[in-house]
Write a protein that binds this ligand. Structure first.
Ligand code: HPA
Length: 264
């Protein structure tokens, strides 16, 4: 079975319960990934490749992450599908801290400040992004959450901001009106870069706090983000443990043909 990639977010620098069987450093035409890739094994012998998005010890800020190198490295290692874990603030009051969402849509507010394509030299490519997350991988994640007994919302719109600052109350109110459910800083351009390399990509958004102005809190803290990520680590592990056997051996989704008919 082709390798599954896992990209960990704030507070998730490994997958508890995974046995490390090696590490690989990858050089890419776009520079260095956030860290070396951890080759890990789940019980049952399924191998996964893990990368901490922010590097070891969270040294790289969201707007500085080399998303292109991170995704390129995954492809280089033979990964076909990527499961991303993202810390988020709940915009919708139904998504309280501790909630888990498998988002189905994205609103990108990074503002073009991040290199967001592999195609800026010779080729002009417009990749379809109607469904930004792989439907097959999303279904597997939802099935896994159900099997693991972890409540997870099966739909939700992930708003991506450029960061590194948190949002103002008015911004969050605007994102809510625009249809956003959770807000984070790392979902883009990760999702589109994976699509450009014809990799499947799906996310587990972990709500670590109510977004600015959603609760009575006067101030948001990174401490609570890390604390809630830690609290959710076991739920993430349970989902990941269950998801591998549910992922079909051969891809039946459109992601593998994303570049077909996309060139000018
Ligand atoms: N906003 C943006 N990114 C985040 C948040 C938030 O409230 N919480 C965790 N990541």
């Amino acid at each position: 079975m082709p390798l599954i990639g896992v990209i960990g977010g704030s507070g998730l620098y490994g997958i508890p319960g995974l046995e490390e069987v090696g590490r690989k450093a990858v050089k890419t035409p776009f520079g260095d990934p956030s860290d070396s890739y951890l080759i890990a094994e789940f019980s049952g012998g399924v191998q996964a490749v893990f990368l901490p998005r922010h590097g070891a010890g969270h040294a790289v800020a969201p707007h500085k992450i080399n998303y292109r190198a991170n995704i390129w490295g995954m492809k280089e290692l033979g990964v076909e599908r990527i499961i991303a874990v993202n810390a988020t603030g709940g915009i919708d009051s139904a998504f309280a801290p501790g909630s888990i969402v498998i988002p189905d849509q994205i609103l990108d507010f990074t503002g073009g400040g991040r290199p967001a394509t592999f195609y800026e030299e010779k080729d002009v490519v417009h990749v379809d992004f109607t469904e930004p997350y792989c439907p097959e991988l999303r279904a597997s994640l939802l099935g896994a959450a159900k099997k693991a007994g972890v409540p997870a919302a099966g739909k939700g719109t992930y708003v991506c901001t450029n960061g590194p600052r948190l949002e103002s109350r008015a911004e969050v109110a605007f994102y809510a009106k625009a249809g956003g459910h959770v807000v984070g800083m790392t979902g883009m351009p990760e999702a589109i870069l994976a699509r450009e390399l014809e990799l499947c990509y799906s996310a587990i958004a972990v709500v670590t706090n109510f977004a600015a102005g959603v609760s009575d809190a006067k101030k948001l803290t990174t401490t609570e983000v890390i604390e809630y990520m830690g609290k959710s680590a076991e739920a993430i592990r349970q989902i990941l443990k269950e998801v591998f056997p549910l992922i079909p051996g051969r891809r039946g989704c459109p992601c593998k043909d994303a570049l077909k008919d996309s060139r000018l």
